[in-house]
Design a protein around this ligand. Sequence first.
Ligand code: SF4
Length: 354
Amino acid sequence: MDNAFVSKLLTWYETNKRELPWRNERDPYKVWISEIILQQTRVAQGWNYYLRFIERFPDLQSVYEGGEQEVLKYWQGLGYYTRARNIYAGAVYIVEEYNGVFPSTYQEILKIKGVGTYTAAAIASFAFRRPHAVIDGNVLRIFARIHGIYDPIDNSLGKNKISELANSLIPNDIPHLFNQALMDFGAIHCSPQLPKCSDCCFSLSCYANLHYEQSALPVKGHKTKTRNRFFYYLCIENKDYIYLQKRNSSDIWQGLYEFPLWETSAPLSDIYSDLTPYLQNLLDDIPFEIIHASHVYKHVLSHQIITAVFIRLKIPHAVKQTNFLYVHRHNLADYPVSRLMEKFLNEYLELHST
Ligand code: SF4
C-alpha cells in the first residue's frame, strides 16, 4: 500500500464516479444532511428525500426555526427517525453553541448529536478539506480484501487496523476525492456479492483475488438476533374524529404519532375476545363496537419484525384520556407517522374519501 494505491484509485474514480446531488457540496450543513440520510438509506431512495428536505430546510436556521415535528414530517417514510430528531437537536446545538456557524474541526463536529466518526470524517473532508478517512462498510470491505485482513470488521480490532491504514494514505490536499473514490469503488466495483475482479486495477495485488477469498472477506463477528413484535393498533373513531398519541418509548419511532397501541409478545389467538377486556379498561367502560380488523401488515426493521393489525372501533362519545389527541380524519396527514402507520392510513383515507 503506497502512493500507487492512491493514484490507481483516483484514476478509477475519474472515469467511474457517481453523479450525486451532494457530490461537490462544500456547505457543511448540506453535507451533514446528506450523510445522515445515507447512514441507513440507499442512495436511490435518499436522493429525492435529500432534495425535498433541502428545499424546505435550506440552512441550519430553518431547521432550528422549523421545530422537531416539522423535521420529522419531512423525514416521514425514510425510517430510523432518531436521525431526524438528531438533526433538530444538532441544529439547536450549533445555533446555541456556535452562533449558527457550523464547527470546522473533526473533534468539534464529532460532538454534534448523532454524528459518529464516519460522518464527522465525511463533513470534515468534504466541506473543510481536512484529511480524515471515512470508514464505512465499503471502505472496510475494500481494505479487508486487498490486504487480507481477517479481523472481524464489526469489532474495534478490525476497524482500527483499517482506519489506521486509510488515514496513513489519505492525501492532505485532496482528502475529499480520496474518500469519495473509496466510497464509490466499494459501492459499484468491489461490491459485497459481485466484485468485478477481472476488470479491477488492483487485481494483481489484491489478496482476496489472488487467494479466491472474495466471499470470505470481510469477516463479520457476531450476528444480531431478530426480535418478533406484535402490534395491535386501535383506530378508535368517534364520528369523524380519531385518536392519536405521540410515541414516547425510546425503542423505535420516538416522537412520531400513532393510534393507541397494544403490544403483545405473541399473536392474539382471538382478536375480538382477547381485546375486549383491554378495551374496556382503556376506554373506561364506554361502550364500543369493533367494526373491522385489517389484514396483517408485516413490517421489517433491522433486527425487528413487526406484525401489525389495525382494529377499527366506534365509540358514541369522547374518551377522557389525557395522552390522546382527538384528530379530525381530514387532519391525520398533518402528523408525522411511521412507514407502517402511513401504509395503513393510505388505505384507510382512500376508503373514506369516497
Ligand atoms: S480485485 Fe476484486 S476483491 Fe480485490 S479490490 Fe478488486 S474488485 Fe475488490
